[in-house]
Write a protein that binds this ligand. Structure first.
Ligand code: ADP
Ligand code: SF4
Length: 684
């Protein structure tokens, strides 16, 4: 299919200093939990995006010196020449597809605690270092500043030697020395690097000049800078110093890569901000520079992208998450295959990889992070190994993805769903406040399934063991999901909580099915991801008095890893939800819930007309169990395998369900590997 002429503008080349990007699609720096420790996996993961049409592919942060060591995060590293070969793997891979490779050189100053190198952290002034580390950074003297500039120069030379085309000076995310020197709150120096904005910006200017001098003949020098920290007068603002500093250096770098800070504002989830949400902050940049400007905004719609270019907001469409969810996004637009785009849902499961120092994963793209170690390509799946049919029970994320993968492989697929609507939990959850984009998990898969003539979908078809046996498909996949518990059992309570066998107790399933309890409502959240907080938000918006009690230190504590924790607390508190942390549910009484402090055991009571238990789920595995209990009957019916996947096996995230569906689709009929199911990297 030919591309729509409306999108031609997205495929114009863009000159960036001495290099040229073949189109306007720019994968901005993003971490992936592979970095220096898993360089082969890193290289292939980035390569797939170059193959998918991104004209620029950047690394994640690249440490330039042991005094800026971001352990436990696993990013890129260029401490000395021995780090070059690992990064050269990536540049070679990216170049194979005609794309440019960019590297984000970073010294994280007081934002890192040097847990590996054990060097004393450095900063513009004395200040606490790291996140919560009981460690301080020391104020750099002029010799330190000179040394830092030399480290940056040396790293730029190594980056060039590794084959990079674009070398970054980083001043983003409240994370790098060039930014720390800019910030009034962090920089209290009295010398030529402190005081006036010109002085505070001196280091940034010098490092840009150094980098240009060092590698600017063949490499473009990009600056990534946070133009607004969303801290009002306490920070850099796009109306104040953010604007002024760019005006001061408007023509100095070859490219401006602009965003807001810190990371949880930059990578805002869809629950807290729309596509293109940074425009009000970054739009000014293009009015004061002639250099190309790249910015991000979870762009997945080609029309929005075109509008950004035509209205003069951006020159290049920056993306981290949309390139993770769909490494082939540019190619699909180019080939006029818009309905094949796998849109990012803005959930930030990808971010959790970095937070845990584990390889990145993605809710929408189950192949992310598996490109090298499992050989999974996002757009290619090997054909079937036999002319067989597969019956799948349940069209949630797991069943849909399994059907999609098996359909692609050429199997005869029969997908039976008990309900009228397809999508399982994402249908219900996408109706909760802020989660509407999650329906893309279903929409992408349904769009694909509708094109496949070898996939039959049956709605309103709750399968029984008899149905399955009568159907007689060679393979049966049980993807029947899970159900929230109503007995209070979770992480803090291993036994059923007394008093919960009453109609006053509701589960998330009840609320999503339309139950509307009267207040005062207590939500007992021992799950710690989004559900407890989102139900509190919903019920409060419906006018109920709501308290959220949790054994954790905050509401939705796990969302620290998805960058949502602070946003959630703010939203709940401003809505008038009472958050009661560090409390375990002990019992439900006539008109109150009894809680116990998780540290002291001290009891307290809270008025409660309705209790919503958000604790844990159980698999809906009746069908699975009934089938495997009668193995002989199965053989007689011609059924070779019955497999439970996703929540029906063990309830987990939507990302895990999609992954399970994909994994099974690839595994069917494939040789079992035995041992470890993926390649590993060993120190060379
Ligand atoms: P997962 O996240 O593992 O995909 P979901 O709970 O989202 O699980 O989806 C499970 C789907 O399975 C739901 O849409 C549910 O209606 C459907 N389902 C449950 N039991 C049956 C059954 N016996 N036959 C067909 N569909 C079923
Ligand atoms: Fe988007 Fe979620 Fe995938 Fe991240 S994990 S790229 S936010 S869909």
């Amino acid at each position: 299919m030919a591309r729509d002429a409306r999108y031609d503008i997205l495929f114009e080349p863009v000159r960036i200093g001495p290099v040229t990007a073949r189109n306007r699609f720019y994968q901005v720096p993003h971490c992936d939990g592979m970095g220096y420790r898993r360089p082969q996996a890193e290289a292939v993961s980035r390569e797939v995006k170059a193959e998918g049409g991104w004209a620029v592919i950047c690394t994640q942060e690249c440490e330039i010196h042991p005094s800026g060591d971001v352990t436990p995060a696993i990013e890129a590293r260029l401490w000395d020449d021995r780090d070059i070969p690992a990064l050269a793997l990536m540049t070679e891979a990216v170049h194979r597809h005609g794309s440019l490779a960019g590297i984000e050189l970073v010294h994280n100053g007081p934002s890192c605690a040097n847990r590996y190198s054990r060097e004393v952290p450095l900063g513009p002034s004395h200040q606490p270092a790291g996140r919560w580390d009981p460690v301080q950074a020391r104020a750099m003297d002029l010799a330190d500043i000179r040394a830092y500039r030399q480290w940056h120069r040396a790293a730029a030379r190594r980056a060039k030697a590794a084959g990079f085309d674009i070398v970054y000076v980083y001043a983003g995310h409240d994370l790098s020395l060039a930014m720390h020197f800019l910030q009034r709150r962090r920089n209290t120096r009295g010398d030529e690097y402190g005081g006036s904005l010109e002085n505070r910006a001196r280091l940034l200017r010098e490092v840009i000049e150094d980098t240009k001098e060092e590698v600017g003949d063949t490499c473009a020098v990009a600056v990534r800078i946070a133009v607004d920290e969303l801290l009002g007068s306490d920070g850099i603002t796009s109306e104040g110093e953010g604007r002024d500093v760019i005006a001061m250096m408007a023509e100095l770098p070859d490219l401006w890569d602009v965003n807001v800070s810190d990371w949880d504002n930059d990578s805002l989830t869809s629950r807290f901000g729309p596509e293109g949400g940074q425009e009000p902050f970054t739009a000014f940049v293009k009015t004061i520079t002639t250099k190309p400007v790249v910015g991000v905004g979870r762009f997945t719609s080609p029309d929005t992208m075109v509008s950004q270019i035509k209205r003069g907001i951006l020159d290049m469409i920056g993306a981290a998450r949309p390139s993770i969810a769909d490494p082939f996004l540019p190619r699909k637009i180019e080939e006029g295959r818009l309905d094949d785009i796998r849109e990012c849902i803005g959930c930030n499961i990808c971010v959790t990889g970095d937070r845990f120092s584990a390889p990145i994963r993605c809710t929408q793209n189950p192949t992310m992070g598996e490109e090298w170690r499992k050989g999974w390509h996002p757009e290619i799946i090997p054909g079937k190994t036999a002319d067989e049919s597969v019956l799948i029970a349940g069209a949630g994320p797991a069943g849909l993805e399994c059907a999609r993968g098996l359909g692609e492989r050429g199997y005869q697929v029969h997908l039976a769903e008990a309900g009228t609507e397809l999508g399982g939990r994402v249908v219900l959850e996408s109706r909760l406040p802020g989660l509407s984009a999650w329906i893309r998990v279903r929409d992408y898969r349904l769009q694909q399934l509708n094109k496949m003539t070898n996939v039959q979908i049956y709605r309103d078809s709750r399968l029984t063991p008899e149905h399955v046996r009568e159907f007689g498909a060679a393979h049966v996949v049980i993807a029947t999901g899970g159900t929230w518990r109503r007995d209070g059992v979770g992480r803090a309570n291993w036994q059923a909580v007394p008093g919960l066998e009453t109609p006053k107790v509701f589960t998330p399933d009840d609320i999503m099915a339309g139950a509307r309890p009267e207040g005062p409502i207590v939500i007992y959240d021992d799950d710690h991801y989004y559900m407890g907080g989102v139900l509190a938000e919903k019920l409060r918006a419906e006018g109920r008095e709501v308290a959220l009690a949790t054994p954790a230190h905050s509401a939705s504590a796990w969302t620290d890893y998805t960058l949502e924790l602070a946003h959630i607390q703010k939203r709940l508190l401003e809505a008038g939800v009472t958050i009661i942390p560090n409390r375990r549910l002990v019992a439900l009484r006539e008109d109150h819930a009894e809680l116990a402090c998780v540290y002291t055991g001290a009891r307290s009571q809270i008025a409660c007309a309705a209790l919503v238990t958000v604790t844990a789920r159980l698999p809906n595995d009746d069908l699975y169990r009934a089938l495997i209990a009668k193995g002989e009957d199965l053989k007689g019916a011609g059924i070779e395998s019955v497999t439970a996947i996703g929540d029906a096996l063990a309830p987990s995230t939507i990302a895990a369900a999609v992954y399970a569906g994909h994994r099974h689709a690839r595994a069917l009929g494939a040789e079992a590997t035995g041992g470890v199911a993926f390649k590993r990297e060993f120190p060379g």
